[in-house]
Ligand binder design. Sequence first.
Ligand SMILES: Nc1nc2c(c(=O)[nH]1)N[C@H]1C(S)=C(S)[C@@H](COP(=O)(O)O)O[C@H]1N2
Ligand SMILES: [Mo]
Length: 312
Amino acid sequence: MLIRHKPEIRSSEITPEHNYLNRRGFISSAALAGTSLLFATSCSGADNKNSAPTGNHTNLDVNSLEDITRYNNFYEFGLNKEDPEKFSGAFNASPWSVTIDGEAEITGTFNFEDIIGPHSIEERIYRLRCVEAWSMVVPWNGIPLGKLLQRFKPTSKAKFVSFETVYRPEEMPGQRAKVLDFPYREGLTIDEAMHPLTLLATGLYGADLPNQNGAPLRLIVPWKYGFKGIKSIVRISFTETRPYTTWSDAIPTEYGFYANVNPAVDHPRWSQARERRIGSGLFAEKQPTLMFNGYADEVASLYAGLDLTRYF
Ligand SMILES: Nc1nc2c(c(=O)[nH]1)N[C@H]1C(S)=C(S)[C@@H](COP(=O)(O)O)O[C@H]1N2
Ligand SMILES: [Mo]
């Protein structure tokens, strides 16, 4: 087991950071409108729908709320698909704070509301394709990760972004059982993190995220296998070198850092060519898995020249 420091959020830190940001006008959308960042339409809300490709899978049947909330992977609450729904009731996602650190001009620990507040919440209908060869389609609510990250002014050294799940063994029985190297951690290249399809989800079906789906905020990278979608995030770090990621560092022969959905590259123990759609019944035929989960046009250029068999 790796020994590392746990995220420490002292309540005494939170208020001063919050005030610091307010003093700089950082939180106000008026100030953001004057910057030359990505925010041309991000604060207005109404015309957001026309501003950028959302990649909505509108032609797909959305899974039921029951499917989405009763068939989960969240090892902090157990190994079985029903465990997160059964054992996450005592988890408390409010109040919540997130630490932003590493290679950025603005760092600190911020209240959930102050991080999300300035952004308008969008709906994105994305298929979640698990590396276990099942999938479901979820109407997520959230904000593009890139819009949020830009506000912290990453430096030129920020080549990767890493994420960490809360460590709370008293509320998370799977952490007490040490079934993985907790806290769960994931990472993206900075280009993947800034891609307009990458979503920081705060809800689904128009309501706050249920605990079992990663309350109060989790990552969704629709062209990657589901394990990249780290839940209940408490830390986001800009790094110069490739960060530790839980699955690919625990079992590098089976799980890669990139984890791009790819029907042509099998998992060493099973095929990735097809997938079982959750909710379609036990005897339904599997459906073909699409390259980059259907987003090849949008994201293939991120991997130009990369051998996807080697960098899986
Ligand atoms: N912290 C944390 N995040 C996690 C996991 C986990 O075990 N712990 N499981 C991942 C896997 S393997 C998948 S497929 C998705 C499942 O998301 P869902 O339960 O909302 O469908 O969450 C991902 N995020
Ligand atoms: Mo998964």
